[in-house]
Design a protein around this ligand. Structure first.
Ligand SMILES: Nc1nc2c(ncn2[C@@H]2O[C@H](COP(=O)(O)OP(=O)(O)O)[C@@H](O)[C@H]2O)c(=O)[nH]1
Ligand SMILES: [Mg+2]
Length: 303
């Protein structure tokens, strides 16, 4: 399936919701007035775009109507598309050639860190790169096993220690091993839950310090994985992780499901972080670079 079709399929529920709501709003009077703009704002919020993005989009539409005199359904949709697009940043992951690249996968439990790590290993292995993974989620035995299985399936070496061991020590070992093997990409899988949130953030900060100390020249991406089906919780998670450990890019997983697609807009708008990857299924090749234009095209009805 082409990328656009995958986005479109994943976002079909949100898109149908928008289409129905906007058709209903427009059917009442034809051209947009203040009440309709209020309704449109509520629709954006209901689709999980978040209040700041919704309010800003409506302001632009209002301004557009004022200056152009065009309050038609088509022009409202087209301004809305443009405005939401302008709130998003996307970034393509690039490996620095001839250097060690490290992807640190972070996020709460169940968002798709391990799966995304495996998908990335599969992608870069297929492109001919030397890839390795580190099982730094030592909190649960099943987590280590899960990564090892993915390692076998994608033919990627996995560095792991015993359950309960220090995740930063796993990362230390993995970096030494990556250097010795001239690995181009080390993907670090981490835990999403510890005894407390503070423990988790402290542990991630410690892992980052080990990376900075042991591989000061490495190009590091801290990728926060967010589950598209969790609504505004994703915004809260993004703020907490970014504040504690400085995230460099967002992965929106499970966009293939009953995605409340607007959440990508909310998170991008409210953190200013770039959208990097979209998870579109459970298999190793169900991963796409996040393309903001395709995303908005798939999210909103056509003008
Ligand atoms: N449909 C779908 N399922 C996903 C996606 N990414 C992960 N999953 C599933 O979500 C569940 C949790 O994923 P996992 O990688 O173990 O999450 P982690 O706890 O963050 O490491 C697993 O059942 C995955 O198969 C995705 O993009 N689409
Ligand atoms: Mg995991």
């Amino acid at each position: 399936m082409a990328i656009f079709d995958k986005f479109k399929q994943g976002l079909s529920k949100t898109r149908d919701f928008f289409t129905n709501q906007m058709t209903r709003i427009a059917a009442e009077f034809g051209s947009y007035d203040e009440d309709m703009l209020d309704e449109l704002e509520m629709t954006l919020v209901a689709a999980d775009c978040g209040l700041p993005a919704a309010a800003e989009a409506i302001d632009s539409i209002r301004e557009h109507i004022r200056t152009s005199g065009d309050a038609s359904h088509a022009s409202v949709i087209s301004v809305l598309r443009e405005k939401l697009l302008s709130m998003l940043e996307d970034k393509k992951l690039m490996l620095a050639p001839g250097e060690l690249n490290i992807f640190l996968m972070v996020g709460v439990n169940g968002t798709g860190k391990t799966t995304t790590a495996a998908k990335l290993a599969h992608r870069y292995k297929s492109e001919g790169h030397r890839v390795m993974m580190a099982a730094a989620d030592t909190f649960r035995a099943a987590a280590i096993e899960q990564l090892k299985e993915w390692g076998e399936r994608t033919d990627t070496p996995v560095i792991s220690h015993e359950i309960g061991s220090d995740p930063a020590a796993v990362v230390f070992d993995a970096i030494q091993s990556a250097k010795a093997r001239k690995t181009e990409l080390l993907i670090v899988d981490t835990a999403g839950r510890l005894h407390t949130k503070k423990n988790l953030m402290d542990e991630l900060a410690k892992i980052k310090r080990v990376i900075q100390r042991e591989a000061p020249d490495a190009k590091v991406e801290t990728l926060l994985v967010l589950d598209a089906t969790t609504g505004q919780n994703a915004v809260i998670q993004a703020r907490a992780f970014h504040e504690a450990i400085e995230v460099s890019g967002l992965v929106i997983s499970k966009l293939d499901g009953n995605a409340k697609g607007g959440v990508a807009v909310a998170v991008a708008k409210e953190t200013g972080l770039p959208l990097v990857l979209a998870g579109l299924g459970e298999q190793a090749d169900d991963l796409q670079d996040f393309d903001k234009k395709l995303f908005i095209e798939a999210l909103l009805p056509s003008a």
